[in-house]
Design a protein around this ligand. Structure first.
Ligand SMILES: *Cc1c(COP(=O)(O)O)cnc(C)c1O
Length: 430
């Protein structure tokens, strides 16, 4: 960073110059790791453009209709482009899918029937999915409420316990689910290579089971996506990676034609399937976001690496480690106290473009078991591909950092949050 920038940062953002200098030094240490990310980004960028060209995306696809949406051309192009990028036979991509949880719930409840078993092999799933399944809270209409059976196989040494999984699968098992991302846990994300190995082994001995991957936060971290390595169905959120910070809302489910058909009957109504449902003119923003997504994801992961280097050097435990192959955009930092998590998140909020003047507090968010503090000041509300951080208020007090549409913004977030901790004597720079 040149002097002009350093002076501006200290003046405009009231940063301590020690903090600015420290983060600059961390950046120098981590920069060599960016090259590999650039290669993945470049390949994925060409993949996305290619899918748009192959589908003959045209300016008229951005127009929209009314009513049932039978002739919603934009919708069909969007879904076909998503399917191609994920190497799926079909996809559902809808602004009316409210979130990643909604997309995953659609996939599960569209396929599972009473008496079928859902088996998670990456331990207990993400907080909101526990309510979808019915193992936490007592939400009416959960999978258990509908007579679906559930079990999970804990991770072993932070990896999928393949033997344990193979032993647990039985004749009732219909879906084996893999959560790719860390979620609110202290394990690294599962890589595409690991997913490939696990699916191959499962299909060898249990060809009748379907494999679903919760792809939230994982899109464009690698050159391949889960369906390419054998998954039958995947789901994710458009206000995370594939929305590129531009998609206004929405989620996707992609996979085998026959499965997407079942899921679409759940999305709309049996018999209507995927042929109805307006997209309300969102196809342009959805696709523009998808176009930017490989680049944005790469910037966000560079930010995550800067967080990792900074807090590792400060002496904190980090997940993933610097040398772990990344398979999601999340950087977890074990901050050990509620106060540190809170100050970290407040710093991220203060670095935001929107709502920078707001001070986040931990609260009882619907769908989550513990109080959660969330720093998010994005152009799209709740968007976690934009600079954001959060943490459940439970031991050992992890802060989860993710997103950032530009690397510069990520860096500002790192400086602001560290500055907060430094001023309150919660860290010592070394
Ligand atoms: C974000 C996320 C979800 C879904 O969360 P929403 O907030 O509903 O979009 C599900 N699983 C994982 C691993 C996630 O990170």
């Amino acid at each position: 960073m040149n002097e002009l920038t350093v002076n501006y940062l200290c003046k405009q953002y009231k940063l301590n110059s020690d903090v600015v200098e420290y983060v600059s030094r961390m950046e120098e240490l981590v920069e060599e790791r960016f090259k590999n990310l650039d290669e993945i980004r470049e390949y994925n960028q060409y993949k996305v453009i290619g899918a748009m060209q192959d589908n003959r995306l045209g300016s008229t696809d951005f127009h929209w209709t009314t009513g049932y949406g039978y002739g919603d051309i934009g919708r069909e192009k969007v879904e076909s482009i998503f399917a191609d990028i994920f190497k799926a036979e079909a996809a559902l991509v809808r602004p009316a899918i409210a979130s990643g949880t909604h997309a995953l719930n659609l996939a599960l409840s569209g396929i599972l029937r009473p008496g079928d078993q859902l088996l998670y092999i990456t331990g207990a799933p993400y907080d909101t999915l526990q309510k979808v399944i019915g193992i936490k809270g007592n939400a009416e209409g959960s999978l258990l409420d509908y007579g679906v059976l559930y079990n999970d196989v804990p991770l072993k040494n932070n990896s999928i316990d393949l033997e344990g999984a193979l032993d647990t699968i039985n004749e009732k098992t219909r879906i084996v689910a893999i959560q790719r991302s860390t979620g609110y846990s202290d394990r690294r994300a599962i890589t595409i290579d690991e997913i490939e190995e696990v699916i191959m082994r499962i299909k060898e001995t249990h060809p009748h089971v379907l494999v679903m991957v919760d792809n939230c936060y994982g899109e464009f971290l690698d050159t391949r996506e889960p369906i390419e390595v054998g998954a039958d169905i995947i789901a994710g959120s458009l206000i995370k990676n594939p929305g590129g910070g531009i998609a206004l809302s929405g989620g996707y489910v992609a996979g085998k034609e026959e499965l997407i058909s079942m899921v679409s009957n759940r999305l709309t109504a049996p018999g209507l399937g995927k042929d109805t449902g307006l997209t309300f003119g969102t196809s342009r923003t959805t696709l523009q976001g998808l176009f930017l997504a490989p680049h944005v994801v790469s910037e966000a992961v560079k930010g995550a690496l800067l967080v990792a280097m900074t807090y590792k050097t400060l002496g904190f435990k980090i997940v993933p480690e610097l040398d772990d192959k990344r398979s999601d955009i999340i950087q977890g930092v074990e901050l050990l106290t509620e106060e540190r998590v809170s100050e970290f998140c407040k710093g991220i909020q203060a670095a935001s473009t929107v709502d920078s003047y707001v001070v986040p507090e931990a609260w009882d968010m619907p769908g989550y078991a513990d109080r959660i503090i969330m720093a998010a000041g994005g152009f799209i509300e709740g968007s976690s591909i934009e600079l954001s951080a959060d943490g459940p208020m439970r031991e050992p007090y992890y802060a989860y950092y993710q997103g950032g549409l530009t690397y510069d913004h990520c860096k500002l977030g790192v400086m602001k949050s560290l500055d907060n901790l430094y001023r309150k004597n919660l860290v010592s720079l070394r």
